[in-house]
Design a protein around this ligand. Structure first.
Ligand code: NAG
Ligand code: NAG
Length: 463
């Protein structure tokens, strides 16, 4: 019998190099950053640089924070990729951002709540976070990043302990792209916004296991997918939605698009979309007997003791975003009804302010935080795909499994309690989309961020 001949060396080398080439470019574990919700403002925050707290902004293009007085600016030229990315979008409120760039790069960080902006230099910095296997934190990683150094005065109206904003858009200067490039993971991230306790942001992809219920297995296997779209003139994430259905009866959705905005506390509907959806919900619930007067921005409110309860919140009609291919993203009572006080629960969708019905330049729907909470959302910027799944009947606490080393939440798992209403009502006015031509540094023309920035709302004490 003939023994198989050993492969000649050149073949072996070839085989090895093919193997090496076949290894995925991403060779690190994903990066885990716990997410918290600030009760006073309903904004979501993450700890990124040296334990400094940042507000997350799904629609923001830059990572920025206040820096030490002696920080040394990075020497980026006007035409460096970093400089172009940093200036790829500009907030409508930021008049100074149109200035031509002369020899050294200037970025224009802005406060997504007040719209206030400032000229700032870029610096090299590091993000300190744990890597994860989806079950536990593994080890600390220090990831290079470029951030803008903003003056303190643009922090006004952000939560007290916050020193900046961490953008999660698909822009080259936002966190996902920077972590993907510098930590060598896939350019995708998962986000689970908490209602109470802690949620998670994981950069680089899954898996993700729920700690208290290991039997559920990898949560990323429960994701449904739809296209994640973008438009050239703004950094927002769009998804293709055909209709909004109320208990499976579709309410047609006119043009304008459906976008995500983590700094909006509640989903805002353009007036031409809002009215039919509210009317359909009112009819489908058919509880005029339980109705009470409107509270703040919420038109449809009920005596909460008169509504039925399920393990997923109040027993109310389901609201779904009807996607392509017969899929839907459904919000049950836990994401559609908010307790505004001890006696009253309201339909947690608000009407966009400052936008005309049917205005094609305004988004038709801006999906806000309350509706995203306790869902696992995966923004895959490589495949341009959004994955979504209801995370759990219980709050995101179970989800922060991977962050289990952090403080456990102590709030009642069944509560669907409210953020303060006054503030939200004010933020509900944010959603007008203004499309303007693109401008790069040194190029004439103005670039506008699509979201108009409302004045800061009155803060109301919680409960
Ligand atoms: C930037 O501009 C300078 C001169 O204007 C040029 O020499 C350089 O190649 C440019 N760099 C890039 C990355 O375009
Ligand atoms: C990393 O995880 C450990 C617990 O395993 C935790 O004590 C530490 O604070 C985490 N570090 C960061 C930067 O989140």
């Amino acid at each position: 019998m003939k023994m198989p001949r050993p492969l000649p060396t050149p073949f072996l080398l070839l085989a090895i190099s093919v193997l090496v080439l076949a290894l995925p470019a991403s060779s690190s574990y994903p990066v885990l950053i716990p997410v918290a919700k600030d009760p006073a403002t309903s904004l979501y925050t993450i700890l990124v640089r040296d334990g400094a707290n940042h507000v997350i902004d799904l629609a923001g293009p830059l990572l920025w924070s206040t820096c030490a007085a002696d920080h040394s600016p990075a020497a980026f030229s006007c035409n460096a990729t970093e400089c172009r990315d940093a200036n790829a979008f500009r907030a409508p409120s930021c008049g100074i951002a149109g200035r031509p760039c002369k020899n050294k790069c200037t970025a224009y960080p802005y406060n997504p709540i007040t719209g206030k902006c400032a000229a700032a230099s870029l610096i090299h910095t590091r993000l300190i976070a744990n890597t994860t296997d989806g079950k536990n934190p593994l080890q600390q990683a220090s990831v290079r990043a470029v951030a803008a150094c903003a003056p303190r005065d643009i922090l006004a109206s952000l939560p007290k302990d916050v020193t900046g904003v961490a953008a999660l858009s698909a822009s080259g200067m936002a966190l996902p792209a920077q972590i993907a490039a510098n930590h060598r993971v896939a350019n995708k991230f998962m986000l689970c916004l908490p209602r109470h306790g802690e949620g998670v942001a994981i950069f680089g992809g899954g898996p993700l296991f729920l700690q208290p219920e290991p039997s559920v297995g990898d949560l990323t296997t429960t994701l449904s997918f739809t296209q994640l779209q973008s438009r050239k003139d703004n950094p927002l994430y769009y998804i293709p939605v055909q209709a909004i259905s109320v208990n499976h009866a579709p309410v047609p959705l006119p043009a304008g698009g459906v976008v995500f905005c983590s700094r909006m506390a509640f989903t805002a509907l353009r007036p031409d979309v809002y009215r039919p959806v509210v009317d359909a919900f009112d009819r489908a619930l058919a509880r005029n007997d339980a109705k009470v007067p409107a509270v703040g921005a919420f038109d449809l409110c009920y005596r909460s003791s008169m509504l039925g309860n399920t393990r997923n919140g109040y027993a109310v009609p389901e609201i779904s975003l009807v996607l392509e291919g017969g899929k839907s993203w459904t919000f049950d009572g836990s994401n559609s009804m908010v307790d505004v006080n001890g006696q009253t629960a309201c339909f947690a969708f608000v009407e966009m302010k400052g936008v005309k019905a049917g205005d094609p330049n305004a988004a038709a729907v801006v999906v806000g935080g309350f509706q995203m909470e306790n869902h696992l959302l995966q923004f895959d910027l490589e495949k341009k795909q959004l994955g979504f799944a209801k995370a759990s009947e219980t709050p995101a606490s179970t989800l922060s499994s991977a962050a289990s080393a952090y403080h456990p939440p102590n709030e009642d798992a069944t509560s669907h309690a409210a953020p303060p209403v006054g503030h939200l009502a004010a933020r509900a006015g944010v959603a007008s989309l203004v499309r303007r031509p693109r401008a790069l540094p040194g190029v004439q023309g103005r670039r506008h961020l699509p979201l108009q920035h409302p004045r800061q709302g009155r803060r109301q004490p919680r409960r």
